[in-house]
Design a protein around this ligand. Structure first.
Ligand SMILES: Nc1ncnc2c1ncn2[C@@H]1O[C@H](COP(=O)(O)OP(=O)(O)OP(=O)(O)O)[C@@H](O)[C@H]1O
Length: 594
């Protein structure tokens, strides 16, 4: 546990100082109690020997003063340490996740990361101080008392040595059960958190179903959490009682041994009294340790969750990585890639020249998004190579690659800041003219003119104040602003309003008109397919067809069928109430379509 903690912090010096301070205090506490032996021995006799007791009283007073000073120092150090450790840990975590492959950030992992940053870092740091320090005291005080007792009476020390491992085993058992219960409780709490998010996000649906106070799943999650808590309590009851029993039995054994030594005349009254005091202080911390054990386990689990993120290997970086990409040419050379067992891409080869736009098409799950992700090096390929400007992306510095790449997702996330700051993310030092030009090219200027505070309008959490099409225009404007030579677009598959659709479509065409730029778009609209210089139809992770859209339409294959269906879908949406493209499987025979 201590090892795990130590390895967790990037700069463990503060932790070492805190542990050293607490350890010195604990040993001092044990030694001060040890002073009682000669003091009582000198005082509890028919003629008290003050000369003999004086040096011990002085030593005790000095020890107490040192203990008090250390205590005064340790309290603020403890507070400062818990803040500092949490801050250190959060920075360490953020620095580490910045080196992870972008493909690591799945929904589930994003949730874990949020929990790690908001809860686990704070818990681990606070508990290190509030639980870790008393745990050290509860271990070192009995250890010191044992050493002192050895000098007073070896038989009593032997009894202490017997009680310690017995209580240690009982404690270990109860701590294991507490750990398992804590993990179950954490899983139940995570389930509740998930359901609570759902409760907020799905309010309209839940209200329509008259379940606004919570779905059946939410209630089930709450019941499960309560049941898990009760189960945990029930399971730890017996081992907890066993531990208390061992400690109590130990104390009875100490009393019996003390009485026997006294009656046999082997240990005088004064020493017997001192031994009893030592026994109490030996056993008492063991009892406290049992109260700390649950919290220690909770801390260990938080530490383990943090370590599981911190131990994720970063994206490998070549020693002599290229820092400047010569051209925006993209090439896939016999690429194979799998997320798990099933291949997502199989022997994919194609080339995209600068100054061209390539449209990726294919049914859901055919590998379009994976192609986009591999160009931006979200993951490394298993076989073959992805090259940009003729260089394998694994040999290009990740920051340099990302400097030249802009990704426009279907769901654009904007920060809860002004529209200007959201745009400046692409180029923090952009001049006003550059901002205005990018906004104009992306047809964002007309949106900004309509907004109440223009460029200074806050876009709300995730960009909620803007429509989907407007958010995409912000994202396209970022691509213009950073002069990205590689633009990867996942065109919105759901319908945009006609104004946004025309604006986004024009902005994409404008992006593609730059002869230095390569645009790859997952296309869902005939207009985009018509504008493309090259189309690649994917099926089951393999290239089914490749050529110019015109050529492929004439050949009457998968692309032609898909094109007709997109056209038809648009016609249906405009002319009737039938659902739009989402219900089509482009590579299914038309007769089988709805
Ligand atoms: N993060 C992931 N982890 C595991 N498997 C994944 C992941 N992302 C995609 N896949 C799988 O890889 C295959 C290709 O998925 P991909 O998202 O590239 O297809 P797509 O053509 O973009 O689909 P869609 O049009 O639905 O977005 C699918 O079988 C998908 O289930």
């Amino acid at each position: 546990m201590i090892g795990n903690l130590y390895r967790l912090w990037p700069h463990p010096r503060l932790l070492i100082r805190l542990v050293a301070l607490t350890s010195i205090q604990a040993v001092l506490q044990g030694l001060l109690l040890g002073c009682l032996v000669p003091i009582l021995r000198a005082l509890l006799q028919p003629m008290p020997d003050f000369a003999q007791v004086t040096p011990w009283l002085i030593a005790g007073a000095v020890g107490l003063a040192v203990y008090w000073v250390l205590n005064v120092i340790a309290t603020p150090v403890g507070f400062a340490a818990s803040m500092e450790l949490a801050a250190q840990l959060r920075h360490h975590l953020m620095r580490h996740v910045a080196t992870l492959p972008l493909g690591w950030f799945t929904g589930d992992r994003k949730g874990r990361l949020a929990r790690a940053i908001t809860a686990d870092c704070g818990h681990a740091a606070t508990m290190t101080v509030t639980i870790g320090a008393p745990a050290i005291t509860c271990t070192l005080v009995p250890a010191t008392i044992f050493a002192v007792t050895l000098f007073v009476d070896w038989r009593m020390a032997l009894l202490f040595a017997l009680i310690a491992p017995l209580s240690f085993f009982a404690l270990r058992r109860s701590s294991r059960i507490a750990a398992a219960a804590e993990i179950e409780l954490e899983a139940a709490a995570t389930e509740i958190a998930g359901r609570a998010i759902e409760l907020g996000q799905a309010q309209p649906v839940l209200r329509a179903a008259r379940q606004s106070a919570g779905s059946a799943r939410m209630r089930a999650a709450l019941d499960e959490h309560r049941a898990t808590y009760r189960r945990g309590l029930g399971r730890s009851l017996v081992p907890d009682l066993a531990f208390t029993g061992v400690v109590m039995a130990g104390f009875v054994a100490v009393l019996c041994l003390g009485a026997k030594l006294l009656l046999d005349g082997e240990v005088p009254v004064a020493e017997n009294v001192a031994l009893l005091v030592l026994a109490v202080r030996f056993l008492e911390p063991l009892g406290t340790l049992s109260e700390l054990v649950g919290a220690l386990r909770a801390m260990d689990n938080a530490v383990a969750r943090l370590r599981s993120i911190l131990s994720t290997p970063p994206l490998p970086q070549a020693e002599d990585a290229t820092r400047q990409i010569a051209t925006a040419e993209i090439e896939f050379a016999d690429v194979n890639f799998a997320y798990s067992e099933t291949p997502a891409l199989r022997a994919v080869s194609f080339r995209c020249e600068p100054g061209t736009m390539t449209a990726l098409v294919g049914p859901s799950g055919s590998g379009k998004t994976t192609v986009i992700r591999l160009i931006a090096r979200f993951f490394d390929v298993a076989d073959g190579a992805v090259r940009v400007g003729g260089i394998d992306v694994r040999a290009i510095d990740q920051a340099a690659l990302m400097d030249d790449v802009a990704i426009i997702f279907q769901d654009v996330y904007l920060f809860d800041d002004t529209i200007e700051q959201n745009l400046r993310l692409a180029k923090p030092d952009a001049t006003e003219d550059e901002l205005a030009a990018a906004a104009q090219d992306a047809r964002l200027d007309e949106v900004i003119r309509r907004l109440p505070a223009g460029w200074a309008t806050r876009v709300g959490e995730g960009g909620a104040q803007l429509s989907g099409g407007e958010r995409q225009r912000v994202s396209i404007a970022r691509a213009f602003l950073k002069r990205a030579r590689i633009v990867l677009i996942d065109e919105a598959s759901s319908s945009l309003d006609p104004e946004n659709e025309a604006a986004v479509s024009q902005a994409i065409a404008q992006l593609a008109s730059d002869p230095r730029r390569t645009v790859v778009v997952i296309a869902h609209r005939p207009a985009t397919l018509d504008r493309a210089d090259q189309a690649i139809a994917l099926r089951d992770g393999a290239v089914a067809e490749i050529g110019s859209p015109e050529q492929l339409r004439r050949s009457g294959g998968a692309f032609a069928m898909l094109y007709r269906q997109y056209e038809q879908a648009r016609g249906w949406r405009i002319g009737s109430n039938r659902p739009a493209a989402a219900s089509f499987n482009p590579l299914k025979p038309e007769a089988d379509q709805p």
